[in-house]
Design a protein around this ligand. Structure first.
Ligand SMILES: C=C(O[C@@H]1C=C(C(=O)O)C=C[C@H]1O)C(=O)O
Length: 255
C-alpha cells in the first residue's frame, strides 16, 4: 500500500488508512446481512478433532494456515490471529518490501481486536437469531477481523514516518521509555475528528438502500448498518488501538 510509492510519507500512509475505511465499512455491511449465529463462537459446542476451540476459531486457524503458505504473513502489513498455527510460505513468491524497524515483528494485538470484535462490536449490529449459515458468516467475520487488524497494525507505518520526519522530537521520549509523552507527540485531534466524521458519512453513503426511483432512502432504520456504530467503533477502538500500536512501535524504534 503506502510503501508502493517511491517515498513513504505521512500523507501516503494516511491515504492508505482512508482507503482501508472503505474495506472495513463494506466488510461490516456484508456481515450485517446475517444474524448473530452465536453457536459459531461457542467454545463448548462440539468436539473438533485436534482442536479445542469454537467453530469460528477452527475456521480462522485453518484459513490462516493456508494463507500463510502463500505468504500472507510475510508482509509487514499483516498479523495472524493465531501465530502458533501458521507456516513459512511453501511457494517461491517474491517477498513484499520491508520498511519498518525489525522490532515491528514483536507487536501483535490481535487478541484484543478479536475480543473487541466478538464481544463488543458484533452484538451491536448483528440481529439476534441463527440461520445456520456458519461458513458464510465465518468468512465475513474473518474479512472484518483482517481489515480491522490491518488498519490497527498500520499504526507501525504511521509511527515510522512520524519518527523519520522528526527524530529530534521522538528520541528523548523513546530513550526515557515515556509512553505518555509519545502518545502526546503522535496524537492529532483534528485528524481524529475528521476520521470520525468521514467514516460516518461514508457509511451513510455505502449502506444506503439504492433503488431505481429517484428517491434514495436515507432514513436511519434503512441503512444496512447504522453509521453511528461505525463512527463509534473508530472513536472507541480503532483509533485508540492504532495509537497503542504506534506507541509500542516507537518504544522499540531505537532497539
Ligand atoms: C494515524 C494517525 O495517528 C493518530 C491516530 C489516528 C487514527 O487512528 O486515525 C489519527 C490521528 C492521530 O491522532 C495519524 O496521525 O494519521
Amino acid at each position: 500500500m503506502a510503501f508502493n510509492d517511491d517515498k513513504l510519507s505521512l500523507e501516503s500512509v494516511r491515504q492508505s488508512l482512508i482507503r482501508l475505511e472503505d474495506t472495513i465499512i463494506f466488510s461490516l455491511i456484508e456481515r450485517a446481512k446475517y444474524p448473530l449465529n452465536s453457536k459459531l463462537y461457542d467454545q463448548n459446542l462440539m468436539e473438533i478433532p485436534g482442536f479445542s476451540c469454537s467453530v469460528f476459531e477452527y475456521f480462522v486457524k485453518e484459513t490462516e494456515a493456508l494463507q500463510s503458505k502463500v505468504g500472507r504473513y510475510e508482509s509487514e502489513e499483516e498479523e495472524p490471529f493465531f501465530p502458533d498455527a501458521i507456516f513459512k510460505p511453501d511457494l517461491p513468491l517474491p517477498k513484499p518490501p520491508s520498511v519498518l524497524h525489525p522490532a515491528e515483528d514483536s507487536i501483535n494485538i490481535n487478541k484484543d481486536i478479536w475480543c473487541m470484535y466478538i464481544n463488543k462490536l458484533l452484538p451491536q449490529f448483528a440481529t439476534e437469531g441463527d440461520d445456520s449459515n456458519y461458513a458464510c458468516i465465518a468468512s465475513c467475520d474473518l474479512q472484518c477481523l483482517q481489515a480491522l487488524s490491518r488498519r490497527i497494525h498500520y499504526g507501525k507505518f504511521v509511527a515510522e514516518v512520524k519518527f523519520i520526519d522528526a527524530p529530534q522530537d521522538y528520541t528523548p521520549a523513546i530513550l526515557a521509555q515515556d509512553r505518555e509523552a509519545l502518545m502526546k507527540l503522535l496524537t492529532f485531534e483534528t485528524v481524529e475528528e475528521m476520521v470520525k466524521k468521514r467514516v460516518k458519512k461514508k457509511t451513510m453513503i455505502f449502506a444506503q438502500q439504492v433503488t431505481l426511483n429517484d428517491t434514495i432512502i436515507i432514513k436511519e432504520e434503512k441503512y444496512k448498518i447504522d453509521p453511528s456504530i461505525v463512527s463509534q467503533l473508530y472513536a472507541d477502538w480503532v483509533m485508540p488501538l492504532t495509537k497503542h500500536v504506534e506507541v509500542e512501535y516507537l518504544l522499540r524504534r531505537l532497539d
